[in-house]
Design a protein around this ligand. Structure first.
Ligand code: IPD
Length: 266
C-alpha cells in the first residue's frame, strides 16, 4: 500500500530544497535560456537546474516512479506513481523579479491521464514568502500547520477571482471574452501569473475562484488537490470533469456552477 504521508513528506522536503535553490539563483541574476511556444513562454537556466535537482532527488528516493516535468517532459517511463513537477511556476514573474512564483510537486497514481486523475499528494512552495501549501488525498489541505478551507460562498458584493492567459496569441480573444462573461460574478479579478498559487489561494479562501484555459498537468496537478482537500471543487470543460487543456475552474461549492457556466459560455 502507498504510504501517502511518506510521499507528502518527501515532496515537502524536496520542494523546500528546490525553492531555496530557485531563490538563490534569482539573487544571482536570471538568464532567460530560451523562449518556447511564444514570447511569454520562457525558460530560465534556473528552471532547468531546479527541475534537475527535483528529478535527481526523486530518482534517489523512489527509483521506480515515473516523472513528468515542465522542462524535461516524461522521463523514466510511467510507473505506478508519477511525479508531476513544475520547478518554477510563474517563470515570467521570476524573470522580472516579481516575488510570486512557486515550486509545484504532485504525486499522481498511475499515468497522469486527464480523464481520470487526481493527485495523491500536492505541494506548492513559494520560497520568497516561505509559504508551503500541502495536501494529501483524504487528509486535508494545509498552509504549514494551518488547515485550509475554501470560501463556501463568495461575499454578496461579488467574488474575488483570478485567471490566466494562454501563451498562444490566437487564444487571447477567447480568453478576454471569457473574462467579460465572468465579470458580472466578480468583485474584482487578478492575473497574478502563477497557476499553482492561484489554486493555493482558492484553497486558502484568499480567492473565491480561479479559471483558465490551456493549463498543463504540471500547472494544476498539485494545486487542484489543494482545492479539493480544502472543500472546494475543480472542473474542466464539463461540470464534474477533471481539469484539462480546454478549461479549468476551481472554487468553493457555492460559486462553482455559476463560475463554470460563465467561463464556458453556456
Ligand atoms: C504558467 C503560469 C501562468 C499561467 C500559465 C502557466 P509557467 O506557468 O502558471 O500563471 O497563466 O498558464 O503556464 O510557465 O510559469 O511555469
Amino acid at each position: 500500500m502507498t504510504d501517502v504521508r511518506a510521499l507528502q513528506q518527501l515532496a515537502i522536503d524536496i520542494a523546500r530544497e528546490a525553492g531555496e535553490l530557485a531563490r538563490l539563483r534569482r539573487s544571482e541574476g536570471v538568464r532567460i535560456a530560451a523562449t518556447k511556444s511564444a514570447v511569454a513562454d520562457i525558460v530560465t537556466e534556473a528552471d532547468r537546474e531546479v527541475e534537475r535537482l527535483i528529478r535527481n532527488r526523486l530518482a534517489e528516493a523512489r527509483p521506480g516512479d515515473g516523472f513528468l516535468g515542465e522542462e524535461s517532459g516524461a522521463e523514466r517511463g510511467i510507473g505506478d506513481l508519477t511525479w508531476v513537477v513544475d520547478p518554477i511556476d510563474g517563470t515570467v514573474n521570476y524573470a522580472y523579479g516579481i516575488p510570486s512564483y512557486a515550486v509545484s510537486i504532485a504525486a499522481v497514481a498511475g499515468e497522469p491521464d486527464p480523464a481520470t486523475w487526481l493527485a495523491l499528494v500536492g505541494v506548492v512552495f513559494n520560497p520568497v514568502t516561505g509559504e508551503l501549501f500541502h495536501a494529501a488525498r483524504g487528509e486535508g489541505a494545509w498552509l504549514g500547520e494551518e488547515r485550509l478551507a475554501v470560501n463556501a460562498e463568495p461575499s454578496a458584493a461579488g467574488a474575488l477571482l483570478a485567471t490566466g492567459f494562454g501563451y498562444d496569441p490566437a487564444t487571447h480573444v477567447g480568453d478576454l471574452a471569457r473574462v467579460a462573461r465572468v465579470m458580472p460574478l466578480a468583485r474584482d479579478l487578478r492575473r497574478a501569473g502563477a497557476a499553482s498559487l492561484d489554486f493555493a489561494f482558492v484553497a486558502a479562501g484568499r480567492l473565491d475562484g480561479y479559471f483558465e484555459r490551456g493549463l498543463h498537468p504540471w500547472d494544476h496537478a498539485a494545486g487542484a488537490l489543494l482545492v479539493t482537500e480544502a472543500g472546494g471543487m475543480v472542473g474542466g470543460a464539463g461540470i464534474g470533469d477533471t481539469p484539462n487543456r480546454d478549461l479549468t475552474v476551481a472554487s468553493g461549492p457555492g460559486l462553482f456552477a455559476a463560475l463554470s457556466a460563465a467561463a464556458k459560455g453556456h
